[in-house]
Design a protein around this ligand. Structure first.
Ligand code: ZN
Length: 233
């Protein structure tokens, strides 16, 4: 994909994030990657959504984080996005928000548990919670270290099957095959987090559903044997 096309795609995904109601003011950011040229396109820092355009998106190098094109400073969370792209080959777009329910879970230090089929239609297991950053990690390279604690919790998880994490005391980072899918997943994560909050009120000790039900729902929509939806559409 050409970088200009990616700018337009990432701009549109940022506007979709604004329209999703997940963000306040200038909060939130979406990026996308062109693996061929190792270029990441991301929202500029501190610009209101109404003032964004495809040309105001900032292109940065995947390896160094240096700005390749654009006059504006990239989002302050850029280094977190870059860490995720470097670690997760399947990741084509990243979204960060402070959406209310997902941030409540991150602050309460609880994962979003896989407790039913709505969750399993999108995520094959709990959406994990990271550890807290140390003082050292916070004071130096904070944004890169935020990415690293996310990568840490995926040592024994597949980021393609669980494309989201909650950073402790902070909020959700969500990804997908491209910027559009990352926004879509961010909306789903917020819905699942709201249900997690409800479940903890209704019955904090509710048992987890059987694994075969979770597998059924996940694999009928994902992977080689998926059969949900319409073929060739
Ligand atoms: Zn944040």
């Amino acid at each position: 994909m050409e970088v200009q096309q990616l700018r337009e795609k990432v701009y549109a995904a940022n506007m979709a994030l604004r329209d999703s109601g997940l963000v306040l003011y200038t909060f939130g950011n979406v990026s996308g990657i062109d693996r061929g040229s190792a270029t990441v396109v991301i929202k500029p820092s501190g610009i209101t959504y109404d003032d964004l355009s495809p040309d105001s998106m900032v292109c940065v190098s995947l390896e160094s984080g240096a700005v390749l094109e654009g006059d504006l400073k990239p989002s302050s969370d850029t280094d977190t996005h870059l860490e995720l792209y470097r670690a997760f080959d399947s990741c084509g777009g990243v979204v960060h928000t402070h959406s209310r329910a997902a941030t409540a879970c991150a602050q309460a230090r609880v994962p979003i548990r896989c407790m039913g089929t709505t969750h399993a239609d999108y995520f094959h297991g709990d959406i994990p919670l990271t550890r807290e950053l140390s003082r050292q990690e916070c004071e130096n390279d904070y944004e890169t270290n935020t990415g690293r604690v996310i990568v840490e919790v995926f040592a024994d998880r597949d980021p393609a099957r669980i494309p989201a994490a909650l950073v402790a005391s902070h909020g959700p980072f969500v990804w997908g095959r491209d910027a559009d899918e990352a926004v879509y997943h961010a909306v789903v994560v917020e819905h699942l987090a709201a249900m997690e909050c409800d479940m903890r009120v209704l019955n904090p000790d509710a048992p987890a559903p059987p694994g075969y039900l979770i597998d059924k729902h996940y694999f009928r929509k994902h992977g080689a044997n998926a059969y949900y939806g319409q073929r060739d559409r």
